[in-house]
Design a protein around this ligand. Structure first.
Ligand SMILES: [Zn+2]
Ligand SMILES: [Zn+2]
Length: 245
């Protein structure tokens, strides 16, 4: 199982970078998790647009879906200029009908509803959901491949239910939009300290801090998280790869 960080900024992308987007690969299958601003451009550094097999979205904030429209146009253009492509499934929840309907575009992409109470299987990946604490309906995902489990918190304030959900994961991709001592409860984001605590409580094997803030010195987030978790911690960056058989 291989995970590539395609984009990792909260809110908006820094120059030549992207907001949320993660490429999960196994057995030749390519699953894109979230598709924020700049993701489509960055993604082409790793795979061709024709090679995407499915997309899954945590929620409908711009920094997680901004490149869905361009992705739909890309599939149209590629279908007209090369081999015709199958409709690309884009999984999303249906608690915002207007946003969900936008996931379907002619024959090029097909919105697929996930019911967060039930796992879905997409290629080799089994995806299980957990509702997060965020101003709009948002779902964390536990993504299991043949041998490995990766948990992506999506956007959320800290909540206890993350502990059992993430338990024993090989990798925790934890949002970390705030520094230690700040209060994320109202705005629906986590601090470095909470990310570290969660990694420790859920006994994950590795922690990657992502959905990073545009203020402060982001290296400090690692130092702060390390006060609570003594495992391996990395700051997300464009093209960061995690891979385990
Ligand atoms: Zn976000
Ligand atoms: Zn959000």
């Amino acid at each position: 199982m291989k995970v590539t960080v395609v984009g990792y900024w909260g809110g908006f992308p820094k120059v030549k970078e992207a907001t949320s987007g993660y490429l999960f690969q196994e057995d030749g299958y390519n699953l894109l998790v979230d598709c924020g601003s700049g993701v489509l451009s960055q993604l082409q550094s790793y795979i061709e647009i024709e090679q995407i097999d499915a997309v899954i979205l945590s929620h409908y904030h711009h920094d997680h879906i901004a490149d869905i429209g361009p992705l739909q146009f890309a599939r149209l253009v590629k279908s007209h200029t090369g081999e015709s492509l199958p409709a690309l499934p884009i999984y999303g929840h249906r608690f915002n009908e207007e946003e969900f309907q936008r996931l379907t575009y002619k024959d090029y992409t097909q919105g697929e509803e996930y019911n967060p109470a039930l796992p879905i299987q997409t290629g080799p990946f089994k995806v299980t959901f957990l509702q997060t604490k965020h101003p709009v309906p948002c779902y964390a995902m536990a993504i299991e491949g043949n041998n490995r489990k990766v948990v992506y918190t999506a956007d959320s304030a800290y909540q206890k239910s993350f502990i059992s959900f993430s338990h024993g994961a090989d990798l925790l991709l934890c949002e970390c939009n705030l520094y230690k001592g700040m209060d994320g409860a109202k705005i629906g984001h986590m601090t470095s300290a909470e990310a570290g605590k969660l990694a420790s409580e859920s006994q994950v094997r590795k922690l990657i801090l992502t959905h990073l803030p545009h203020f402060g010195e982001t290296r400090q987030l690692v130092t702060e998280a390390r006060e609570y978790y003594n495992g391996d911690i990395e700051l997300a960056s464009s093209g960061l790869i995690w891979e385990k058989d």
